[in-house]
Design a protein. Structure first.
Length: 278
């Protein structure tokens, strides 16, 4: 049995199928972990969502920011599509309700104590160890899977609060949890989130540090797999593996076999499937 973590799909189904062929993926014995952002920007959001859902217990995915954006478009009447969205096919599909109901019940974090690996979309803020991350993920998942989720989607967007405190309450607390799990790239020296900068670390403004390089990060004992940061590309350092290698922008689609040591396998995604920055 092999377990593979796979970077951001973003509607790029054809490269995924080529990657699975290269892995010689056997659904009878192998398992897939997707880093989130199954949809948007790429050409096959609907079919990619159907494909991953159709894998059943063979695959799991955590929620990414583009997945949450799809849910907001579906249930928040005040939310408008963005110019580069490729979500119309999902929203108009005859099986839309089944797909979206399945998607909104995906976790924010997956931890496998037996394997010793943890999966998230963007990362973990420096103040959270595994216990805090599991508790906050379950808290948000309970809201998204509950009867009041549509009301929350209308209050989900925003960059504040930018610093974690156990005393945060209400929509601000949930918004921080969303941003930490699905939007975070950089932190400031005090551990607060900077959600504006998207470029690679070598071009980061002074005072910003990638979340996984913050001194004293409480999750440093974990083996973490994440996606989200296409301008970072593949990274393997300090117990973290970043797998968003920009498939939708013409880069590669990357899998990591979760062995000891882990093994990287990827495929070329050809010409950029969309234009513009991530």
């Amino acid at each position: 049995m092999a377990v593979y973590a796979i970077g951001d799909l973003q509607g790029c189904l054809e490269p995924l199928k080529r990657l699975l062929d290269r892995l010689r993926f056997d659904p009878a014995s192998d398992r897939l972990w997707f880093c989130g952002d199954l949809v948007n920007r790429g050409p096959d959001s609907l079919d990619a969502l159907r494909f991953v859902r159709g894998l059943g217990e063979t695959a799991l995915t955590v929620l990414g920011n583009h997945d949450l954006h799809l849910l907001a478009l579906a249930w928040d009447p005040a939310r408008s599509p963005r110019s580069k969205d490729t979500l119309d096919g999902v929203l108009a599909a005859p099986d839309r309700e089944e797909l979206l109901e399945w998607l909104r019940r995906r976790p924010l974090l997956h931890h496998d104590a037996t394997l010793g690996w943890t999966l998230v979309h963007a990362g973990l803020p420096p103040q959270w160890g595994l216990a805090e991350a599991q508790a906050t993920a379950a808290e948000l998942q309970g809201v998204l899977g509950g009867s009041g989720f549509a009301a929350f989607l209308g209050r989900m967007y925003g960059d504040g609060p930018d610093r974690w405190s156990p005393g945060l309450q209400g929509a601000g607390r949930l918004r921080y949890i969303v941003n930490a799990f699905t939007r975070m790239r950089y932190c400031r020296a005090d551990g607060s989130l900077d959600l504006e900068e998207k470029g690679p670390p070598e071009r980061a403004p002074p005072g910003l540090v990638p979340w996984f390089r913050v001194p004293g990060r409480r999750s440093r004992s974990l083996k973490l797999v994440f996606g989200h940061w296409s301008s970072l590309g593949y990274v393997a350092e300090s117990g973290v593996w970043g797998l968003d290698t920009g498939c939708v922008w013409g880069g590669r689609l990357t899998a990591l076999r979760l062995d000891d040591p882990p093994e990287r396998i990827d495929v070329d995604c050809g010409a950029g499937l969309v234009a513009g920055p991530a």
